[in-house]
Design a protein around this ligand. Structure first.
Ligand code: PLP
Length: 464
């Protein structure tokens, strides 16, 4: 029995009332949700999704930066159905294997941005990053340097929500009230030139300062105690922060100097998002470990991957032979149906030349967003690269000053976006993300930008 709705606007027994009565939503203000209720999505078509009333919205963030092939791809449905009939489940523990796992591992290693040795699978980006962290700990124990365990990530970085991944994440909402971060995880500065550079500091000078700050942190902590550095090529959920020119070149010089492993979190940036196959290629990163998820299966089924280079593999191998097993793995690691869907996704990306397609649509998106809204009085910065971008709203353009968070300006724009047929996503600092499915065409980008401009104008009227 569904209790009567808290807000009478949600009719008795409506999907909204049933949702409010029973669902505990991720990333939601539970009290506000009781009043506002859900947006119930019932269907999808290309870059669009539709709600229970049949209203269609262009999905500007591909769900959660993830449905690379959009919301209705029959080949992925077929791949899942065929695999379900053939072998719906098998595991990969104790050396058991199956063909989708073998094929997907091969394909990812072939496509890796730097020489990689092996692929491991999990179910989410968080689990992939947890795995990468545990690999680093395990590796250093196996190599006989048990003190080398601390890991550095960045303020504003997003790496997930499991205990370790949330600790790596550098956002207050993921730490406050959760008693996180755990010990041994440190955060260095966010590489956001617009907010964090000093007056007159060039991008290169800013990058030099950030690398010096990282080096000071490593030296202060003791280089023998610092083992890894986690970074998204372009920070996503923390605000779509494209690092300043020369950033990763300078950061990697510091990491190499102190033998600190680089983990590239490609959970958002992989598979064409930044205009190259991997964000690491766009940003000149040479990771030792690479994590990926989301667009790996176009998110039709949950699957994430961890690629490791030969050096990491050798150390894991050594440790596991000492103990008799590498005591890590999930029941669904490399799940055959998810893996089969990922294999099909990667084949489709190859056939459609996802990199050229995303680079072309991405160039249009970057240009048109800037042309349409950069001079708008409410817009402080339009930023991004390829098919990932953000528009940051400010109260004072000259001072780069955001609105008082209590005004909930970005949330108002998200609501106006819905009225204009757009699903928008608000990020910290009143930034609105753009990360549409990689299949988006230049014409669809145009529709997205036009609708967004109208919603922004409507926000100006509302704020008057
Ligand atoms: N890493 C990055 C860069 C992400 O954007 C996300 C999710 O948005 C994660 C990790 C966590 O992935 P999941 O939500 O699948 O655990």
């Amino acid at each position: 029995m569904t209790p009567p709705p808290a807000n009478p606007a949600h009719g008795a027994n409506s999907p909204a009332a049933r949702d409010i009565a029973h669902v505990l939503h991720p990333y939601t203000d539970h009290k506000a949700h009781r009043e506002k209720g859900p947006l119930v999505i019932t269907g999808g078509r290309g870059v669009y999704v539709s709600d229970e009333n049949g209203k269609e919205y262009l999905e500007t963030v591909a769900g959660l930066w993830c449905a690379g092939l959009g919301f209705q791809n029959e080949r992925l449905v077929q791949a899942a159905a065929e695999q379900m009939r053939k072998l719906p489940f098998y595991h990969a523990f104790t050396g058991r294997s199956h063909m989708p796992l073998i094929e997907l591992s091969e394909m990812l290693i072939e496509r890796a941005p730097v020489p990689m040795s092996k692929a491991f699978f999990a179910n989410s980006g968080s689990e992939a990053n947890d795995t990468a962290l545990k690999m680093i700990w395990y590796m250093n124990n196996a190599l006989g340097r048990p003190q080398k365990k601390k890991v550095i990530s960045r303020i504003g970085g997003y790496h997930g929500v499991t205990v370790a991944a949330a600790s790596l994440t550098g956002l207050p909402a993921n730490h406050k009230l959760f008693d996180l971060p755990i010990a041994g995880i440190l955060h260095t500065s966010r590489p956001h030139h617009y907010h964090n550079a000093q007056p007159g500091e060039s991008e290169e000078e800013f990058a030099t300062r950030l690398a010096a700050e990282l080096e000071e942190m490593i030296v202060r902590e003791g280089p023998d105690t610092v083992a890894g550095f986690f970074a998204e090529p372009v920070m996503g959920a923390g605000g779509v922060i494209v690092p300043p020119a020369t950033y990763f070149e300078k950061i990697q010089a510091v990491l190499r100097k102190y033998d600190v492993l680089l983990v590239a979190d490609e959970v958002i940036c992989g598979f064409g998002r930044t205009g190259s196959y991997w964000g690491s290629q766009t940003m000149g990163m040479q990771p030792d470990i690479l994590t990926c998820a989301k667009a790996l299966s176009s998110s039709y089924l949950p699957i994430s991957g961890v690629l490791v280079n030969e050096r990491v593999y050798e150390a894991l191998s050594e440790g596991s032979s000492q103990i008799g097993t590498w005591g890590h793995g999930y029941t669904y690691s490399g799940h055959p149906v998810a893996a089969a869907v990922a294999v099909e996704t990667l084949k489709i990306y190859d056939e459609m030349d996802i990199v050229s397609h995303a680079a072309a649509s991405g160039a249009v998106m970057q240009k048109r967003l800037r042309e349409a809204v950069a001079d708008h009085p409410l817009v402080g910065e339009v930023r991004g690269i390829g098919l990932i971008g953000a528009v940051e709203l400010v109260e004072n353009k000259a001072e780069h000053r955001n609105f008082d968070p209590a005004k909930k300006v970005a949330a108002k724009l998200v609501a106006l976006g819905e009225e204009h047929g757009l699903i928008l996503r608000a990020l910290p600092n009143d930034s609105i993300a753009f990360s549409p499915p990689q299949i988006i065409t230049p014409d669809e980008v145009e529709i997205m930008v036009t609708r967004f401009s109208k919603a922004l104008d409507a926000l100006s009227v509302q704020l008057r």
